[in-house]
Design a protein around this ligand. Structure first.
Ligand code: SIN
Length: 489
């Protein structure tokens, strides 16, 4: 398959820029960042330590004093400039993202656009951090509510969206008037560094937004959770790690936002537009090779259309092209690392041994690569581990149900509550089921729901807080109430 020459050229240019930028950091061990599609080393970068994190905290606090005094408009101007620079480097940043993360170039381009939308959104939303004047409880007094920047923010970001999960946290923090330090995932720090370079070029003061790449995540994570001057911790990642970070943050009573794991049900009722539901299921299941928190995890299909759905869905899955995301036409890239392949294989083996049947796929491509065949698994029952855990891979388990009540009960029978999808053409059912699902985000006749304008986040063990939208700014603000007395009658 043909590689995209323009993408390869711009990738080489950005790898050079990142190498030059990180060469300035001396005295630290370097760790290699590998392309999961080829296993080649893209670049080696310094692994920062707890000492670096502590120094960055001191410097950020100093830079923050001036930033919190700037107007929302002045911050917006800088954020818009950052967005403009990202757009100018759009293709190069997409190629860099594909190289370190593996997703197909077309998805990487989509992620850069998606990531940039958070910057332009919050540039404007920062101007709307309104307070209130509350009707007074005494004639001599006025009750005033203002919103203030929360203070120094620490962010821990995942490898599955190395651009958008950073802008979704950094843009609202900066717009709210806060400094922010980011520890990117060890597998994918390059997109984060590129964003940092462009932010500084746009005029974001250097110490206000720093990326701290490291191969020792616990070391920097430990500073983030323990340091009393960090007032807010924002994390996207697994539920077990989120719980641990919440526990550790409790000692200094930090505000936390946690965007954690999911187990999204994708329900197809017998009155659905079947072709649209199949197309939605493909999009939702195989985006980023199944490695998103909001991916359809379990596909629940009503009994009367079960076989028909499987036939149509399988035909589409067979047409997916697996390969190096930089090559034209590829629709499913590699998984992120060997651990991910092993987990997916284990879940699959357990299901097969418990009676599930693989209709298509079912194997890694070969023992040395990180590619896994898109797989359709039928005769899955709700108790199987694959229906209970977040798969994070290109396997679609299909479960049969009989009634609406049963579908809702199965969908809610999980500690997770991030995203859920269902397909119906019955308006009454659309309302009933939406209201019955215990999930933070619901797609009705939609397979993809993410947008900078909408609140992203989960219920139950899928998290705390919301990102994006008008609600996302509040996560970085404190409410202050002032009672102003002695005003005369
Ligand atoms: C995630 O998987 O964590 C984010 C997905 C999205 O923003 O759509």
């Amino acid at each position: 398959m043909a590689s995209n020459p323009h993408a390869l050229r711009s990738l080489a240019e950005w790898l050079g820029r990142i190498a030059d930028y990180t060469d300035a950091i001396t005295g630290r061990e370097r760790f290699p960042i590998k392309n999961p599609a080829t296993n080649e080393i893209l670049v080696a970068i310094p692994s920062l330590t707890a000492e670096d994190a502590n120094a960055a905290i001191t410097n950020s606090l100093a830079a923050a004093k001036e930033w919190r005094r700037t107007t929302a408009q002045a911050r917006a101007n800088i954020l818009h400039k950052w967005a403009q620079l990202i757009s100018e480097h759009h293709e190069a940043l997409a190629a860099l993202l594909t190289a370190e993360q593996g997703k197909p170039l077309v998805e990487a381009r989509g992620e850069i656009t998606y990531g940039t939308s958070f910057i332009t959104w919050f540039a404007e939303e920062g101007k709307r951090a309104y307070g209130d004047i509350i009707p007074t409880n005494a004639p001599t007094r006025r009750l005033i509510v203002t919103k203030e920047p929360i203070g120094l923010v620490a962010a821990i970001t995942p490898w599955n969206f190395p651009n958008a999960m950073i802008t979704r946290k950094v843009a609202p923090a900066l717009a709210a008037g806060c400094p922010i330090l980011v520890k990117p995932a060890e597998d994918t720090p390059l997109s984060a560094i590129a964003l940092e370079i462009l932010a500084h070029e746009a005029g974001v003061p250097r110490d206000l937004f720093r990326v701290l790449p490291t191969n020792s995540p616990a070391e920097i994570g430990g500073v983030f959770t323990k340091h009393p001057d960090i007032r807010k911790l924002t994390f996207t990642g697994s539920t077990p790690v989120g719980k641990y970070l919440m526990q550790e943050s409790a000692y200094t009573v930090k505000k936390v936002s946690m965007e954690l794991g999911g187990n999204a049900p994708f329900i197809v009722f017998d009155d659905a537009d079947l072709d649209a539901a199949v197309a939605g299921a493909i999009l939702s299941k195989f985006r980023n090779a199944g490695q998103t928190c909001v991916c359809a995890n379990r596909i629940l299909v009503q009994s009367s259309i079960y076989s028909q759905f499987i036939d149509k869905f399988t035909e589409k899955v067979e047409s997916l092209i697996v390969g190096n995301g930089i090559d034209e036409g590829v629709s499913v890239g590699p998984l992120i690392n060997k651990g991910a392949i092993d987990k997916v294989q284990q879940l699959l083996n357990d299901s097969l041994s418990q009676g599930a049947r693989s209709i298509v796929g079912g194997h890694p491509f070969d023992s040395s690569s990180l590619f896994f065949e898109p797989t359709v698994l039928c005769d899955v029952t709700p108790g199987m581990p694959i229906a209970q855990s977040e798969i994070f891979g290109p396997i679609a388990p299909i479960i049969r149900f009989e009634t609406e009540e049963e579908a809702v009960a199965l969908a809610n029978d999980t500690p997770f509550g991030l995203a859920a999808y269902f397909w119906t053409q019955d308006l009454g059912r659309a309302w009933r089921v939406s209201e019955a699902l215990e999930y933070g985000m619901i797609g009705v006749n939609e397979g993809t729901i993410s947008s900078e304008a909408a609140p992203f986040g989960g219920m139950k063990e899928s998290g705390i807080g919301r990102e994006g939208s008008k609600y996302g700014l509040d996560e970085f603000l404190e409410i202050k109430y002032t009672s102003m007395g002695g005003l005369g009658a």
